[in-house]
Write a protein that binds this ligand. Structure first.
Ligand code: FAD
Length: 425
């Protein structure tokens, strides 16, 4: 007998939550975990299955590893077989600079977990803290009240009336193509100037390998040890070159780039099984979007995207998840404004330095200087994160969570109206 797919769709347990989060990966699951740990009733929804992969490589930088340690998740990641990375080597043409990473208790080194591992561990931690997380469920729309304040989400399933669930705040953690950003018409405050294309696959690696970053003549590549005894090997090129050279097939063109960067890197990549799949990302210019409005906020790639070439997206997502959680828990207009100000300050620096590398307009003489500038930004970020207390509700908060002060009345069903872009009340 045919199974009815609609009957398999999980439904939220409540009709109203303190916070609903659209997207449950590094930004969404982390925000859900932090809010649930602070006692809020949280629903996070992702249209992809639990523990599924996504288009992303895995290199975590110091701010991300520090966050995971602070949240008690570094140990589960290491226990899941994620190798500790203790050196990072920059290859500028034929020159090699190796930097030891082994450090202290907080940062014993770096890690590059597969997204099937990292996102699952964040979701598990959010569930353990009491958040409700639904996978394989898509949010189709948001709804607003007559004043235009976002009041909740609509979940749609073919052949079934859409289901409305309301919340004090709806958080878009739904990535580059953010539905939440579209529905609220979140305006970009800045657009990046460049984009690069990245093509990656996996090959076996010996234990103890470090990160390797390669730069030569308008090409870049990386070697990132990850779970399951594999390294993720990436070829990065300007989008224009990708359009010319990769059009007729990714495998040969990627090998040519790796060979040009380093014959040793190409030999490592050649250890992959012949039929191993490659993933390609043609590139999207960076952007910084308005981060919040009445009843909504954006976190992770939904609000800020930078080219993957500096491997900083997950660090950004985890940092902004915590500062957004703080703003939500505080609830004041000032807290949201401060959150956006601080996010923009660091996001602008990261976008500047990332675009400087992703533009491929560097030479082997000045690329090292661009990396040093990026390292200064990372150090400042790590310093700002270290020593922060976990987000918590103010002691004076009532046990029932209330809409933040920048928002108005509680939802009144009769007042609700659709808020799709172009259909604002
Ligand atoms: C090729 C590539 C390589 C990268 N490499 C690195 C790296 O090495 N290191 C690093 O730090 N960063 C890297 N990044 C960046 C990193 O992947 C992102 O910054 C990070 O995934 C952002 O997390 P997020 O949670 O904001 O969004 P996402 O990971 O994109 O998650 C968004 C989730 O929202 C869900 N969703 C979307 N719409 C809906 C809807 N309507 N209803 C329900 N669910 C919805 C999606 O299913 C998805 O699971 C890379 C990115 C790319 C493209």
């Amino acid at each position: 007998m045919a199974t009815n797919p609609i009957s398999l769709m999980a439904s939220p347990r409540r009709g109203h939550y303190d916070a609903i989060i659209v997207g449950a990966r590094c930004a969404g699951a982390a925000t859900a975990m932090l809010l649930a740990r602070a006692g809020l009733k949280v629903l996070a929804i992702d249209r992809k299955p639990y523990g599924s992969d996504t288009l992303s490589t895995h290199a975590l930088m110091r701010p991300a590893v520090l966050q995971l340690w602070r949240w008690g998740l570094l140990e589960p990641l290491l226990k899941a077989g994620t190798p500790l990375v203790e050196t990072t080597t920059f290859h500028y043409g034929d020159e090699e600079i190796t930097v030891p990473l082994a450090g202290n208790l907080e940062l014993p080194g770096l890690i590059a977990p597969r997204r099937t591992v990292l996102d699952r561990i964040l979701v598990d931690a959010a569930r353990k803290a009491g958040a409700e997380i639904l996978h394989d469920v898509a949010v189709g729309d948001l709804f607003a009240d007559t004043r235009g304040r976002i009041r909740g989400i609509e979940i749609r399933a073919a052949g079934r009336a859409s289901l409305r669930v309301s919340a004090e705040i709806v958080v878009g953690a739904d990535g580059i193509g953010s539905l939440v950003a579209k529905c609220v018409d979140a305006q970009p405050s800045r657009r990046g100037a460049v984009s690069a294309a990245h093509v990656y696959g996996y090959a076996p690696v010996e234990p103890g390998a470090g990160y390797h970053w390669y730069f030569r003549d308008g090409l870049a590549g990386s070697f990132i040890p990850t779970n399951d005894g594999l390294a993720c090997i990436v070829a990065s090129v300007p989008t224009s070159l990708f359009d010319q050279r990769f059009r007729l097939g990714h495998a040969r063109a990627r090998m040519d780039v790796l060979e040009a960067l380093s014959p040793a890197l190409a030999a490592q990549a050649a250890r992959a099984p012949k039929d191993a799949r490659l993933q390609a990302f043609r590139g999207v210019p960076g952007y910084i979007r308005q981060a919040h409005g009445p009843g909504w906020a954006l976190v992770g790639d939904a609000g800020f995207f930078r080219d993957p070439i500096t491997s900083h997206g997950i660090s950004d997502a985890l940092r902004d998840a915590e500062s957004l959680a703080r703003a939500i828990l505080d609830g004041s207009q000032a807290a949201f404004a401060t959150w956006q100000q601080r996010r923009d300050l660091i996001a602008n620096q990261i976008l500047d330095t990332t675009d400087a590398v992703a533009g491929f307009d560097w030479t082997l003489d000045d690329i090292g200087e661009r990396h040093r500038r990026f390292s200064v930004v990372l150090k400042a970020e790590v310093q700002a994160l270290a020593g922060q207390p976990a987000p918590a509700r103010r002691a004076s908060k009532p046990t029932t969570y209330r809409a933040p002060a920048n928002q108005d009345k509680p939802p009144v069903e009769a007042n609700l109206s659709r808020n799709r872009t172009g259909a604002r009340p």
